[in-house]
Design a protein around this ligand. Structure first.
Ligand SMILES: [Zn+2]
Ligand SMILES: [Zn+2]
Length: 385
């Protein structure tokens, strides 16, 4: 049997389990770095399929690496499994987990025949926006020796090379001085005013940013009572730009807006985090084209979204892509008008279309690994030979 047919036959034996795994993670959403159940379920499934699994690698309790095969070409599948606060799996990471595990099991079945080592790397906390799981795993060596990293991500439609830009997320804290708001207002230093001035300054800054830059945030603490001058306010902000270099520039301007709030009110400003931004994604065009051909062979269609794609998102897979050849195609779940990070999208991530995407994504990634391993040019390029 040829390797692709053999991988598909192996996948068919776990197909129902992978869909059940996707649904189980969806039903038990866990936030970044707290994905105890999801990472355990994945590790158990891979152990049962013959992988050698190490849990809690790199001092990250919910990360793992599962390895099968012993060929010289080392390919990794990245599994994400964190959810969003309040709205569960509104980014479909339950599907990413099932696709990565399914692809790993299918590809591992032929690993020695095609001369590869297959790793499934459990990468926690993609949604956190700063020092994400893949960034920490990268700097702590989890990707050492890996020649290429593959994953697929749910989306309203299939896109082979989505726009993925850099992001920095940080917390803003202002500390002023409490006082009775009516009896002794002159004694107070208003930390809420500081935040208002910062937001106004950011609003004005928007005239002067690139059309590809993004600035967005939420107030996480606005005060305790209307008759107490707020002594402490806090916010979470994200700044995005096309590249890490552009990001540094716009981030500095946004930070000046927060400094303006402190200067005007006399409140003290403290910025926490934002030191480990997500990088822009450099899609490996050749590998992405291989994935696309395989996805199309499975019946998937890639509509031309270029004209309507205004936005872009960010992922710590971008950092992986700067270190080694990587792909991050989007796999469609036919959800429009529902889009990622909406509760409506959460509901779509366990529909029949989502389950089909889990199957196609797993097989598409497994077949991509097989093509990469058996194509002389690609294999030599990745091995650096
Ligand atoms: Zn997301
Ligand atoms: Zn996501």
């Amino acid at each position: 049997m040829d390797p692709k047919a053999a991988a598909r036959a192996r996948f068919d034996t776990v197909r129902a389990d992978m869909i059940a795994l996707s649904h189980r993670i969806h039903a038990h959403p866990e936030l970044g770095f707290e994905e105890e159940r999801a990472s355990t379920w994945l590790a158990e499934t891979l152990t049962g399929a013959g992988f050698t699994v190490h849990k809690g690698i790199c001092d990250l309790p919910t990360a793992f690496i599962a390895r099968a095969g012993s060929g010289p070409l080392h390919l990794a599948l990245c599994a994400e499994y964190d959810c969003l606060p309040g709205i569960g799996h509104a980014c479909g990471h339950n599907m990413i987990a099932a696709m990565a595990v399914g692809a790993g099991i299918a590809a591992a079945h032929v690993a020695d025949e095609i001369g590869v080592t297959i790793s499934v790397i459990g990468t926690p906390a993609e949604e956190v926006g700063d020092a994400g799981g893949k960034i920490l795993l990268l700097e702590r060596g989890a990707f050492a020796g890996v020649h290429a990293a593959l994953m697929a991500h749910p989306y309203p439609a299939d896109v082979v090379e989505p726009a993925i830009i850099a992001v920095s997320q940080f917390d803003v804290h202002y500390t002023g001085k409490a006082a009775h708001a009516a009896a002794f207002p002159e004694q107070g230093i208003n930390a809420a005013d500081a935040l208002t001035i910062a937001q106004t300054a950011i609003g004005l800054l928007r005239q002067h940013i690139r059309s590809t830059d993004r600035i967005h945030g939420i107030v996480t603490k606005g005060g305790d009572a209307p008759n107490i001058i707020p002594a402490h306010t806090a916010a979470k902000y994200m700044v995005r730009a096309q590249t890490l270099a552009d990001l540094e520039e716009i981030r500095a301007k946004v930070l000046r807006c927060f400094e303006a709030g402190a200067m005007a009110t006399g409140a003290a400003l403290d910025i926490v985090g934002g030191q480990q931004p997500y990088a822009e994604m450099h899609h490996d065009t050749e590998l992405a084209a291989v994935y696309r051909r395989n996805a199309e062979a499975l019946g998937r269609v890639f509509p031309d979204l270029a004209s309507q794609q205004r936005g872009a998102f960010s992922t710590d897979m971008g950092n992986v892509s700067l270190a080694l050849p990587s792909i991050h195609p989007m796999i469609g779940i036919d959800s429009l008008p529902a889009v990622n990070h909406q509760p409506e999208f959460t509901a779509y991530c366990i529909t029949a279309a989502a389950d089909r995407a889990v199957v196609d994504g797993a097989l598409g990634l497994a077949w991509t690994a097989i093509d990469v391993a058996t194509n002389t040019h690609l294999r030599q390029r990745l091995l650096g030979a």
